[in-house]
Design a protein around this ligand. Structure first.
Ligand SMILES: Cc1ncc(COP(=O)(O)O)c(C=O)c1O
Length: 407
């Protein structure tokens, strides 16, 4: 585990965490929804607005040159962070949702009626609904990929489905509702052997462990800045160059063209072709600061700290009694899903909030997974690099109070 001093220094970089809520220390266990931001991210964004505010790629003046340099430097940072082969493979979007929609829209021409698209049953709605829309437009057929007892993708069932020669496979790297992990390298390999395109949703993975595009080897990988200590409003669409280049741009307009006349328009080349309009410049700069923050962490210590905290959280919840845990596997990442006896998850969430505890309660944008579990919803406690043992203890003590009040 990261030693106490080192961890205190990491936590001290997050100003939001120093506040009180209802006269109690804020206990933020909702990192899977959005992480808190270190001061360096806040400063980088504010520096851009204070000193360099200008549009990118457009003007001859110095502010624009500075803004463009900072913006493009983040593309280099992302390339190295995820080990993509080419800089053009890194597209700035507004988040995971937009990234997946861009792929689902962009491959419409490559999909025909009755083509099969395999989708992870435990996926976030962002990785389900765009494929359903694609199916509506093209007549393609969506088939959910069954889950095993640990609520990860069932590899035998997956292999069976691959015999249907699907055109595309869309899976989660780490599920947002449960924190279960899928062995994406092996799943992608099997899908590619079956001739499918592959998209991996890395929104819940990217902040917790190294993600290497050469190893995952998928066609598309997507994530959001705000779940990795960066700002909202920015995300990444990584795509293998040949696949990305074939996507029909979902957004068209300025920035993405080579020539425009009323006789017709010629699109520019990657990455600009997929970045129409003024991008979220300050958010991209904030994302760069978030990557620098992650890279500054003592990697092995941080992973070990997060993993032992998660296991501690799972154990403490199990020991509390009257708690149902959902797929609380020791190798899960970042989150624990639970319900308290037959109590409504929202009631539990409100009573926890009154004690300074922030958790997420609901269907977690994963209704098909909730249907699989025969649940209306559940509570989810999720951790980040700043979470400490006191947070878990405060949470367990508050949940015990809820239990005494309700049961
Ligand atoms: C696994 C997963 N995919 C997609 C999303 C959607 O991300 P965003 O709302 O940033 O577009 C989330 C957000 O919770 C997520 O956890």
């Amino acid at each position: 585990m990261t030693n106490a001093f080192e961890h205190d220094a990491i936590r001290a970089q997050f100003p939001t965490l120093t506040q009180q809520v209802d006269e109690q220390p804020l206990c933020y266990l909702d990192t899977a929804a959005t992480s808190q931001k270190p001061q360096s991210v806040i400063d980088a964004m504010s520096h851009y607005y204070q000193f360099d505010n200008a549009n990118v790629h457009r003007a001859a003046h110095q502010l624009s040159a500075r803004a463009t340099r900072s913006y493009e430097a983040v593309r280099e940072q992302v390339k190295s962070f995820i080990n993509s082969a080419r800089i053009e493979e890194v597209i700035f979007t507004h988040g995971t949702t937009e990234s997946i929609n861009m792929v689902a829209y962009g491959i419409s021409d490559q999909i025909k009626a009755n083509d099969i698209i395999l989708v992870d049953t435990a996926a976030h709605h962002a990785n389900i609904v765009p494929w359903q829309q694609l199916a509506k437009r093209t007549g393609a057929v969506i088939k959910p990929i069954p889950l095993n007892d640990e609520l990860s993708i069932d590899t035998d069932a997956f292999d069976e489905l691959l015999k249907l020669a699907p055109k595309l496979v869309a899976i989660s790297h780490v599920t947002n509702a449960l924190g279960t992990i899928n062995q994406v390298e092996s799943l992608v390999k099997r899908a590619k052997t079956a001739g499918a395109l592959t998209l991996v949703d890395g929104a819940q993975a990217i902040a917790h462990f190294d993600v290497d595009m050469q190893k995952v080897d998928c066609d598309f990988y997507v994530f959001s800045g705000h779940k990795m200590y960066g700002p909202t409003g920015v995300g990444i669409l990584y795509g293998r160059f040949e696949q990305l280049d074939q996507l029909t741009p979902m957004l068209t307009g300025g920035e993405m063209i080579k020539t425009v006349s009323f006789a017709g328009t010629e699109f520019g080349s990657l990455p600009n072709k997929l970045e129409a309009g003024t991008p979220a410049i300050s958010a991209v700069i904030g994302l760069g600061a978030a990557i620098s923050f992650i890279k500054s962490l003592p990697k092995e210590h941080t992973r070990q700290h997060e993993q032992s905290l998660l296991i501690y959280l799972q154990q403490q919840l199990a020991q509390l009694g009257d708690i149902t845990l959902y797929a609380a596997n020791p190798n899960n990442i970042g989150a624990v899903a639970f319900n308290l006896a037959n109590e409504h998850h929202q009631d539990v969430g409100i009573l926890l909030d009154q004690q300074g505890i922030a958790v997420r309660c609901g269907h977690h944008c994963a209704m098909p997974l909730m249907q699989h579990l025969a649940l209306k919803g559940c509570c989810r406690a999720s951790i980040g690099v700043y979470t400490n043992k006191q947070d878990i203890d405060q949470f367990i003590s508050a949940l015990n109070n809820v239990k005494e009040l309700l049961l």
